[in-house]
Ligand binder design. Structure first.
Ligand code: GDP
Length: 529
């Protein structure tokens, strides 16, 4: 098959949701359609249940599972579907942000009873900033939930989406009768049988047809007609280009657990979702169909075997083909590397592959060469951008608890930060190291992994910081910036890339600083224009 056809076949996307909305269940049903798994229960639920006693074990368990489910691939209707896993737990939100740099589109899962939840708001905002095409799946229609129109309003108001429903529920919960598929113009009746993989649908070109009463009953028929009239009046016609530009957001309804409404979602998805999109590098825009390989590392996963510090670096291929044993340029390190056993992912397995195409993810065994954000090319000096760091929420001093093992400790900290487990800041004043994390759980992860993988011990000390702000002076030579550096020296640090960071100890002091030094811009994100 030729290169162009291979590219056009690929659909690489992520499923995002608030924990418990049904991401795992939906993923599993999608895999069932692709024939990639035979039975339910094959996709492990990789979430951390926050229990006071067994956090470490949960973390370790979760790490094992999340290697296995990092990328799930299957073929459906001749399309190669790559699902990138995004952890739902909020302590791992940064992981999800990074994964979103590697997807070409997303499906957002919403719980019909809960509606839009906070975790979803942040993730969708990141997608909208990057104009990533979004499809929404409203799940658990077999349960009582919010009114469909209220949910659509919620999506518009809380998530800022411009929705257009492509299916519509007939009843809900106890009265749930099925779904009218606006996109395909047919009705799918709900039987509550989760084993049914392929549902039978009844074609229904004209909703006014009186057969509707016979099929769903007269009162449901009347409601459906009214609902569809309202849908027609209020929401715009589906426009594929607007969806692809990230300006219109199709919505489907269903019940993942009952495998209901999932086929409709998938059929529409393979038809409308984008093939690998061009990606912006610092130097230029790179198209997927360029012949030379380019790609970037968006995730690094430590091997589960603590004796080997072998890691798996996940590379998203943006253009060209990735071939086994061919030398590629690691741009940051300015050296050529060859990979004898690149991994591709299929269903819940990984295997060695000779060639991968744009949209695919390859897993490269790494002994410490890669950092998140690194670019691989065939020689071009290219740097993919768009993996910014966000201000952490929790900060602590990290101290060496075993002076004999300081080398191990620093190596361990270095590698864990490369993996993106947390962010390290070095105070300008005294060189002390401060770890910043999104959730408190990461402090335990770091301590545990330093001990078990690097043989080093650390302790923490509180360091009250409200936010880390990346410093961006209008003029690094002006007196205002010099005064800022002098007065705030206690709160200044360098991040891992050497960028200057201001650690504000409270919202108040941040505001004061901003108003006192207006020419020194402070950003909550490490990348700014
Ligand atoms: P995740 O945290 O988003 O991955 O959510 P899960 O897929 O693990 O689902 C959370 C819970 O909701 C599980 O107990 C599922 O069985 C249940 N669930 C998922 N989909 C449905 C659905 O369509 N209907 C009902 N009633 N329950 C569902």
């Amino acid at each position: 098959m030729d290169f162009q056809t291979e590219i056009a076949k690929r659909r690489t996307f992520g499923i995002i949701s608030h924990p418990d909305a049904g991401k795992t269940t939906l993923t599993e049903k999608l895999l069932l359609f692709g024939g990639a798994i035979q039975e339910a229960g094959a996709v492990k639920n990789n979430k951390i249940k926050k229990t006071a006693t067994s956090d470490f074990m949960e973390i370790e368990r979760q790490r094992g599972i999340s290697v296995a489910t990092s990328v799930l691939a299957f073929i459906y209707k001749e399309k190669k579907i790559n699902i990138l896993d995004t952890p739902g737990h909020k302590d791992f939100a940064e992981d999800t942000f990074r994964t979103l740099t590697a997807v070409d589109s997303v499906i957002v899962v919403i719980d019909v009873a809960k509606g839009v939840e906070t975790q979803t708001e942040k993730l969708v905002e990141v997608c909208r900033m990057r104009n990533i095409p979004i499809i929404v799946f409203i799940n658990k229609l077999d349960r009582e939930g919010k009114d469909a129109f209220d949910l659509l309003d919620d999506l518009e108001q809380k998530l800022g989406l411009s929705v257009t429903p492509l299916s519509f529920p007939i009843g809900m919960g106890y009265d749930f009768k099925g779904i009218y598929n606006i996109y395909e113009k047919n009705i799918n009746l709900f039987s509550g049988d989760s084993k049914k993989n392929i549902e039978e649908t009844i074609a229904f070109d004209n909703i006014e047809n009186s057969d509707l009463e016979d099929i769903i009953g007269s009162s449901a028929a009347e409601t459906l007609r009214d609902d569809l009239e309202l849908v027609n009046g209020v929401y715009p016609q589906f426009d594929k280009n607007a969806y692809l530009e990230g300006e219109q957001h199709p919505v489907f309804f269903g019940s993942a657990l009952n495998n209901f409404g999932v086929r409709e979602l998938l059929d529409c998805f393979v038809e409308i979702a984008p093939a690998p999109r061009p990606k912006m590098a610092e130097e230029r825009l790179v198209e997927a169909n360029e012949k030379e390989l380019t790609g970037f590392v968006f995730k690094i996963h430590a091997n589960m075997d603590p004796k080997h510090r072998d890691r798996l670096a996940f590379v998203k291929i943006v253009s060209g083909t990735f071939e086994r044993n061919k030398p590629y340029l690691h741009v940051r390190q300015a050296k050529k590397l060859k990979f004898s056993s690149p991994n591709a992912f299929f269903a819940e397995k990984k295997e060695i592959v000779d060639i991968s195409y744009p949209g695919d993810i390859v897993g490269l065994h790494d002994t410490g060469n890669f950092k998140i954000g690194d670019t691989l090319t065939e020689g071009e000096q290219l740097h993919y951008k768009g993996i910014p760091s966000f201000s952490p929420e929790h900060f602590r001093y990290i101290n060496n608890a075993d002076p004999m093992k300081s080398k191990q400790l620093y190596k361990g900290i270095d590698q864990l930060m490369d993996e993106g487990v947390a962010q390290l800041f070095t105070l300008e004043l005294n060189g002390r190291k401060v770890v910043g994390t999104v959730g408190a759980l990461q402090f335990e992860v770091i301590q545990y992994r330093l001990e078990h993988e690097y043989g080093a011990k650390c302790s923490y000390e509180n360091f009250p910081v409200y936010k880390a702000c990346w410093v961006d002076p209008d003029d690094p030579k002006n007196d205002e910036f010099k005064e800022f550096q002098r007065v705030k020296s206690k709160f200044l640090a360098k991040d891992k890339r050497g960028q200057l960071v201001f650690l504000a100890d409270s919202q108040f002091s941040l505001q004061m600083t901003q108003s006192k030094y207006p020419s020194v811009k402070l950003h909550f994100v490490s990348e700014f224009e």
